[in-house]
Design a protein around this ligand. Structure first.
Ligand SMILES: [Zn+2]
Length: 174
């Protein structure tokens, strides 16, 4: 981070790209894509902070790291946002970085753990809070929504393997 920059941006750089063994485009979640060369340049800029994001290559999901904290720490918030990628509402593309974390099973019955949190932006959070729609965790990290009319829709954590792909049309915010 530079001192005068308020922006904080995630850049997903696969290990092979970071080491120069791949020139796959790299994803800026919620923004678009940058070239591998650009990503490597950003990596070595002063102030850049790098964190590993362990990913299960069998299903592409970011791997959970449990915690015993009562309320979500910033690390937990960032973890859940990384796992979810976007709001977990049906067909919602709001970046998880702009979402609240919702205790899926309300505390204290539900624990404060990354496995009990889902990213939901205000609209989808309110639909659940006001019991217009219900959401229920299902297998494989799925979150199944049921509307008032009984229609169901299941969303899943972000597949980070999608980060290895072609560049999009969105210009990078740099
Ligand atoms: Zn949403």
């Amino acid at each position: 981070m530079t001192g005068d920059a308020a922006a904080r941006v995630w850049l997903v750089v696969p290990f092979e790209v970071a080491t120069g063994h791949s020139d796959a485009a790299c994803e800026l979640p919620g923004h678009g894509w940058v070239t591998a060369a650009h990503a490597r340049e950003l990596m070595i800029r002063p102030g850049s902070v790098w964190q590993t994001l362990p990913v299960d290559l069998r299903d592409g999901q970011a791997i959970n790291r449990p915690t015993q904290a009562y309320r979500p720490t910033m690390a937990m918030v960032e973890h859940v946002r990384a796992v979810d990628g976007t709001c977990r509402g049906p067909d919602c593309t709001t970046p998880a970085t702009r979402c609240d974390l919702d205790h899926e099973i309300p505390w204290p019955a539900g624990e404060t753990a990354v496995t009990n949190f889902y990213a939901k932006e205000r609209r989808h959070h309110n639909l659940k809070t006001h019991q217009v729609w219900t959401s229920t965790p299902v297998a494989d990290g799925g979150l199944q929504w049921t509307t008032l009319t009984g229609r169901t829709h299941t969303t899943y954590p972000k597949d980070w393997r999608e980060g290895i792909g072609p560049p999009g049309d969105d210009p990078p915010p740099f």
